[in-house]
Each structure stands twice: as structure tokens, then as C-alpha cells.
Design a protein around this ligand. Structure first.
Ligand SMILES: Nc1ncnc2c1ncn2[C@@H]1O[C@H](COP(=O)(O)OP(=O)(O)OP(=O)(O)O)[C@@H](O)[C@H]1O
Ligand SMILES: [Mg+2]
Length: 259
């Protein structure tokens, strides 16, 4: 089983945060204790999917990086939040647990990180200490698009990296950069996920093309979905749509991560 899993894409808006949140939930459904850390300090967002409101964020990753608290103090158990369906229905809560380490959404705190930066080494210590302190089975790292210091660090320490791309010419080129970096950093397991594939595309062709272009395993080719757009990050897709083809494919990703 991969202990640290990073989810990355070269370009923005590919579906990293949704994929991270859904894969984490599926891992928790297997009974695992899963941590999810939002390293997208410039533009955090994954807390929305887990229903964590700003006023309920006791501490954020920013507080830890500025020495205001221990990393474990930034972890929020969001497992219960997963039970609230978008249509008001009660959903099956995973057997395991999901802990979220959010980044601050306060304007001043985001601006401070951009202005002053922080010690990236602390992030590395924080990842490992989180796994130890919370006795996590898995830590998933949601990242900012493109390459920056925290992304390189997260790729370097990961047992598995999920690279997400859309079947778009800009994504094809940019993704090559990330794949090359992952290979240079010797990531043990590299999985590609193609997301937002238009229904008119031949999905097998897309899979073949991506596999041939990057010489890497394509774990899933996900369709562009009206249900996902309508959910609009208000919840966890796999719990709200347990029988949807996207859920089936994400389970396949989980299987590959657990093997
Ligand atoms: N398969 C899909 N079909 C339709 N919409 C999708 C699909 N996957 C994700 N989306 C939508 O795309 C938007 C971006 O998704 P998400 O926030 O997960 O991407 P991201 O890569 O984390 O973005 P960012 O780079 O800004 O962090 C969201 O509105 C989400 O609902
Ligand atoms: Mg995101």
C-alpha cells in the first residue's frame, strides 16, 4: 500500500481536488485512516468538498508553517461531514477516518505566504510527523498546479503520484514536464488519470494515446460529467453517486494504489 500519495497536474482545474477527496473517501471506505493535506496554499479549496467551514478551522497548515502550532493540531476529522448528501439524504459514512489539514483561506494569511514564503523543510517534517502522530495508513497531498517548491517536495517524498490531465493539447505538453520530473525523482508508482473526457471521444483511443505518449499506466479515463458539474464541489461524488461510472473508475484507481 502506498503511504504517501500526491495528486498533481501541470495545468489548473483538471480535477485534482475532487479526485483527491474522492480517492481519500474510497480508501476510508476500505477501513483506512486517511489524511488529506491541502498544499495549495495560494488557492486552497479542498476543504469545501469535505464541508469544513472557515469558522470551524481551528488551525491551518499556515499556522504550523509559522510555528504557531504542531502539525497534528491542524488535522480536522471530517469523517462525519461525509454523511451529508447534497439532496439532504443521509449517506453511508466510511468505516475508516478522514482527517483534513486545510490551508488558510484568510486573505491576509495567503498574502503573507506569498510575500514572505516559508521553510519548505518544515513541510517535509510535517508530512512525516502527521503520518506518525495520527497513525495514518495513507496521506494524500493535494497540490497547486504547475511546478513549485512544495510540489517538487511532495513528488520527491511520495510512494505514489497521480497525475491528472484533460485530453487537451495544452495538457498533453505540460503533463510531459511533470512526468519527466517524476521520473527524475524516482517516484515508485506513477498513475495517470485523464479527466473531463468529452463523450464523443473514443475512450480507448485516449487511453492508448496517453499511455504511449508518457509510457505510463493510465488508471482511469473519466468522462466530462454533468453530475460532477452539478455537484459543484458541494460534496463527495462517490458517496452521492455510488453507482456512477466515474465511481467505478475511481475504485479502479484505489485498487491500483492499494496493490
Ligand atoms: N469529470 C468531470 N466532469 C465535469 N466537471 C468536473 C469533472 N471533474 C472535475 N470537475 C469540475 O471541475 C472544476 C475543477 O475541479 P477541481 O477543483 O477538482 O480541480 P483542481 O485541479 O483541483 O483545480 P485547481 O487547479 O484550481 O486546484 C470543479 O468545478 C469540478 O466540479
Ligand atoms: Mg485544487
Amino acid at each position: 500500500m502506498s503511504k504517501i500519495i500526491s495528486v498533481h497536474s501541470f495545468r489548473g482545474g483538471t480535477g485534482k481536488s475532487n479526485t483527491t477527496a474522492n480517492v481519500a473517501t474510497l480508501l476510508a471506505a476500505e477501513g483506512l485512516k486517511v489524511g488529506v493535506i491541502d498544499t495549495d496554499i495560494q488557492s486552497p479549496g479542498i476543504h469545501v468538498l469535505f464541508g469544513l467551514e472557515e469558522q470551524d478551522m481551528k488551525h491551518s497548515l499556515n499556522d504550523y508553517l509559522w510555528g504557531k502550532c504542531e502539525i497534528k493540531d491542524t488535522a480536522h476529522d471530517v469523517t462525519k461531514n461525509l454523511g451529508k448528501g447534497i439532496k439532504g439524504q443521509v449517506l453511508v459514512i466510511p468505516k475508516g477516518q478522514v482527517f483534513l489539514i486545510p490551508s488558510s483561506i484568510k486573505v491576509g494569511e495567503i498574502a503573507r505566504v506569498l510575500r514572505e514564503g516559508y521553510d519548505v523543510g518544515l513541510l517535509n517534517d510535517g508530512f512525516h510527523r502527521l503520518v506518525e502522530d495520527l497513525k495514518l495508513d495513507v496521506l494524500m497531498i493535494d497540490t497547486h498546479p504547475g511546478l513549485n517548491e512544495e510540489t517538487l517536495l511532495s513528488i520527491a517524498i511520495s510512494d505514489a503520484l497521480i497525475i491528472i490531465m484533460r485530453p487537451d493539447q495544452q495538457d498533453y505538453q505540460g503533463t510531459g514536464v511533470t512526468v519527466e520530473v517524476a521520473r527524475k525523482l524516482d517516484v515508485p508508482k506513477l498513475l495517470m488519470v485523464v479527466n473531463k473526457t468529452p463523450a464523443v471521444f473514443d475512450f480507448n483511443e485516449v487511453k492508448k494515446r496517453v499511455e504511449q505518449t508518457y509510457n505510463a499506466t493510465v488508471a482511469a479515463v473519466l468522462p466530462h460529467s454533468d453530475e460532477m458539474m452539478t455537484l459543484a464541489s458541494a460534496g463527495i461524488f462517490v458517496l452521492n453517486y455510488p453507482d456512477h461510472p466515474i465511481t467505478e473508475q475511481l475504485k479502479q484507481v484505489v485498487k491500483l494504489l492499494m496493490s
